[in-house]
Design a protein around this ligand. Sequence first.
Ligand SMILES: NC(=O)c1ccc[n+]([C@@H]2O[C@H](COP(=O)([O-])OP(=O)(O)OC[C@H]3O[C@@H](n4cnc5c(N)ncnc54)[C@H](O)[C@@H]3O)[C@@H](O)[C@H]2O)c1
Length: 251
Amino acid sequence: MKLKGKIAVVTGAGQGIGRGIAESFADEGADVVINDLKADGRTDEVAKSIRNKGRRALVVAGNVAKRDDVEHLFDTAWSELGPVDILVNNAGIETIVPFTELTDQQWEDVTNTNLKSEWMCAQTFCKRLIAEGRKGSIINIGSIQAARVLPGRTHYAPSKLAVEALTRNISAEVGSHGIRVNCIHPGLIDTPMIRWVLESPEILPHVVAQISLGRPGQPSEIGSVAAFLASDEAAYVTGQALYVDGGWVGK
Ligand SMILES: NC(=O)c1ccc[n+]([C@@H]2O[C@H](COP(=O)([O-])OP(=O)(O)OC[C@H]3O[C@@H](n4cnc5c(N)ncnc54)[C@H](O)[C@@H]3O)[C@@H](O)[C@H]2O)c1
């Protein structure tokens, strides 16, 4: 087991990729703090699945784009489960709006959720690790759209490309404390966020034709890579961005 005895916080883990990562981590022996906007049936189900794997699970609701909620998330994680070893900044939103119609509010909503949240969670986590002299690992979730243009994403794509720069810059500042920071850029992954693509007979074949493996990925296929990056098997890997996209960028 790659993550035996570790404690991980996964943001936006009520469904989709976050859930896949939380479950992969539990399979590898980690206890998991499940964050999402609300504690509801979805988060309960993820917690149940983690407990069924013999690991501890804790649901902490909160909006990771808000400073107070971020502080509450880490306070609760530390006090209920113990010192956290791994943070996965996964929470994100995507909207599709033509560039000339994009509003300030839409820009801010996407940028705050996808980028500012990752900065705030990473900063809060690193301050605690450094104060306690503990090592740790952070995985930031970006997107294939850091490298590929899809229409109507002039707010989403920059927020995701910036995650890569955030990753490199944080990794440079915290490496001497034994904290590693890496980024995963997922391709087309079967989650509620992109169900409309998967269910569209017009759009799906067009997208899949661009993917070398010729299919969408599963959340568990992001989870297994995240588990590797979080583990000691990746002890000399930091500041990197990895496309886990079935060969989309590479095609
Ligand atoms: N699915 C894909 O094909 C794909 C591709 C590239 C990147 N991504 C990225 O992967 C991440 C997960 O995507 P997904 O497909 O699982 O999406 P999803 O919409 O299925 O799940 C995202 C979860 O995050 C939660 N969330 C949203 N805003 C939040 C906030 N402010 N605080 C806490 N939780 C919040 C949502 O409630 C939801 O449960 C996102 O960052 C997304 O941009 C997804």
